[in-house]
Design a protein around this ligand. Structure first.
Ligand SMILES: Cc1ncc(COP(=O)(O)O)c(C=O)c1O
Length: 400
């Protein structure tokens, strides 16, 4: 007799990671756009702009003139050298082209890095709230995830004190500065202290620096300024306005070069050739000028939200130092604290107003029901309109 598999889910237990709840909001927002034409998408974290003009020119030329076959698994030498030079110039490091591994978005880089550096069961420390894909990818790979609650008092960031109070030394720590979902920056002295602690304790520091370049009056330090044993994760997705081109990079200590080369060759063969070639142009003076004009707009958008959101009842914001997100608390909008639920709030806000925001439960499984994330990478007029509509929804208008 055949076993009755009708109700059995044959998928692996490792695939049972949490979904991105924001994707449900996005799908509903896209539906809203089709039916009402008034959706304001502050839910997904990506620039509203295309890649800079020199990147587009190079892509067009290479489509016409190059074969675009496989590249080296760790990336084209031209792009590795360009990123190394940019890192040296920006942070005063001694980064060499051989230290740079090009990856398929930083997302592909994280998978390869986790596989190269961690065994199943190894401890890895993350801040909560934090970018959900770290937790979900690490869970799928069988790592032992240690999430540390980082509240407004540490501006949602890990500190060296957090690490000093751990019962045992983890294999790795991830820091994200500027942060997603909060936009806060770890200042240079704190990052140095974390890097020193990691170096002293033989713990791998993984520094996600993919929002570097988008800052509001504060400088971002790179972990490689303080330790050549730290791994820096970068990407063209955010500052460089090239999310869909799927190019990221890792700057790694020597011991990780060969493992990453082996793994990358097997996992992806190589990152997309056309995107690698075009990404070289993202670091030109012409591109940087275009990209900095986007940052000027993000700064204006940030001001609109920082002024407007508290007035309409969203508060407890740690003003973002960088990136393009604001993480805001919605608990004050509820009389009954047990009823606070960011997913329901996000759905109801969308249904009533067409404004789509990300529920905090994606970023923080413990406290995220009290928070929402708003992305301000769009147009300034959209931010003004979003605040107005949220005010109408919460019953607290800006001019009260
Ligand atoms: C903190 C952080 N790291 C990594 C990523 C992944 O970016 P990508 O794979 O496009 O480089 C994101 C995307 O939103 C992010 O917010």
């Amino acid at each position: 007799m055949q076993p009755n598999n009708q109700h059995r889910d044959p998928s692996s237990s490792r695939s049972h990671v949490a979904p991105f709840h924001v994707m449900d909001v996005l799908a509903a927002a896209q539906q809203r756009q089709r039916t009402h034409g008034d959706a304001l998408l502050l839910c997904v974290g990506q620039p509203a702009t295309a890649a800079p003009a020199p990147v587009l020119r190079r892509a067009r030329a290479d489509l016409d003139n190059q074969v675009l076959g496989y590249t080296a698994a760790v990336g084209k030498p031209e792009l590795r050298a360009t990123i190394a030079a940019w890192h040296r110039d920006t942070y005063g490091t001694s980064t060499a082209a051989e230290d740079v591994v090009i990856t398929t978005g930083s997302s592909g880089g994280f998978v390869a890095l986790f596989l190269a550096a961690l065994d199943a069961g190894d401890d890895i420390v993350l801040a909560r709230p934090g970018y959900p894909a770290y937790r979900n990818t690490l869970q799928a790979l069988g790592a032992n995830i240690i999430e540390i609650d980082c509240g407004v008092e540490s501006r949602f960031q890990l500190t060296v004190e957090h690490l000093q109070t751990l019962p045992r030394v983890p294999k790795a720590v991830i820091v994200t500065s500027p942060d997603n979902p909060t936009g806060t920056i770890i200042d240079a002295e704190e990052l140095r202290a974390i890097a020193d602690w990691c170096a002293d304790h033989d713990c791998l520091l993984i520094s996600d620096e993919i929002y570097h370049g988008i800052t509001y009056g504060r400088q971002c330090a790179s972990a490689r300024e303080f330790s050549d044993q730290a791994v820096v994760v970068g990407s063209v997705s955010k500052y460089f306005s090239m999310t869909g081109w799927r190019i990221g990079w890792l700057i790694v200590p020597e011991w990780l070069r060969a493992p990453l080369d082996r793994l990358e060759a097997n996992l992806t063969v190589c990152p997309p050739a056309i995107s690698q070639a075009a990404a070289v142009e993202a670091f030109s003076a012409e591109s940087l000028a275009e990209l900095n004009s986007h940052v000027d707009r993000y700064a204006r958008n940030r001001d609109v939200l920082l002024e407007g959101l508290p007035a309409v009842g969203l508060d407890n914001i740690a003003p973002p130092d960088g990136g393009f997100y604001i993480y805001a608390n919605i608990a004050g909008l509820y009389d009954d604290p047990t009823a606070v639920d960011s997913m329901t709030w996000a759905r109801e806000l969308l249904a009533a107003t067409g404004v789509a925001v990300a529920p905090g439960i994606d970023f923080d499984t413990a406290h995220g029901h009290e928070w929402v994330r708003l992305c301000f990478a769009g147009q300034t007029s959209e931010m003004e309109e979003a605040v107005r509509r949220i005010g109408a929804f919460t019953g607290r208008s800006l001019d009260r």
